[in-house]
Design a protein around this ligand. Sequence first.
Ligand SMILES: *Cc1c(COP(=O)(O)O)cnc(C)c1O
Length: 354
Amino acid sequence: MIAAMDITVTKAERSKLQDINFDKLVFGRYFTDHMLEADYENGEWKNIEIKPYQPLLMSPSLAALHYGQSIFEGIKAYKGKNGKACIFRPHDNFRRFNISAERMQMPQVPEELFMEGMRRLVELDKNWIPDKEDYSLYIRPIMFASDEVIGVKPSDSYKFLILLSPTGPYYATPMRIYVEEKYTRAAPGGVGFAKTAGNYAAALLASAVAKEQGYDQVLWTDAHSHKNIQEIGTMNVFFIINNVAITPGLEESTILEGVTRQSAITLLKEMGLKVEERTLNIDEVIDSHKAGTLQEVFGTGTAATISMIKELKYKDYIINFDTATWKIAPGLKKWLTDIREGRREDKYGWMWNV
Ligand SMILES: *Cc1c(COP(=O)(O)O)cnc(C)c1O
């Protein structure tokens, strides 16, 4: 618990804003002038500081480096119509952060530290939010184990940070993907539902193999039969079959519950589509393609919003789509972007004013 949200603020002497070429933003490479830092020690969050973005000093025995107790979030801030900063559904990310923390035996981060810390930091660096269509400020909260002891056990101390990184349009050209049958992202009882560092390290080999073969990503399937669909790379996935939107359900805890996934479900329903969250077997997808009812396949996530799939390969069966004729995925992307950038009414109250 934090007694009172005492945040010490130390401002940067000079802003780096002028040094950045906003026309050549590489995702995740540039950071704003400030960051938030807090420490968990003896059961308490303390040393809550907003300070100039800077390296951390750490011992080589830092627990997170050895055993991977590390979780993160990805959120976006926009410049609203009134010129004020607003953040897309941050309370959902806050809740998910603490779900990840619980699974990884890490302490809960109090809502006040997460939300008020983020609000104050974004407010301070609000000039970094690009005021251009499809641009935003990516917010990266992270927590990791900071004990300086080599021993397999939950750490007693942790560090919580929030970093901000300006991002440009994510040129989401339609992707080529294949159904992964060798490697596994998540199994029941595992950590697939947590946004934890090791999940991404474990997925890199499958992505590299896909790239060697000229594909962009893999479609993850269940660990046992390699037939039930889970996610595309680090995105949730939707299939439109016979005007029904189908996305894998969350019962097995093998799927990361995306905020974009949840928003897509809401908007697809508003568009008049039936939405089903359930087990989806690759054989059903192939059969629907043979029957001519498979319409669209796309991924959803904070970084790219909606990514269309132009080729889907399963064993020797290859499905090619003409994404230029699609209506649903592009319509959904536009709708969501318009809400975030203030061009469309925010009737669900998704935008949180800083
Ligand atoms: C972050 C993430 C997503 C997408 O979640 P959003 O909240 O929509 O950004 C989906 N799958 C994985 C594995 C992720 O890490």
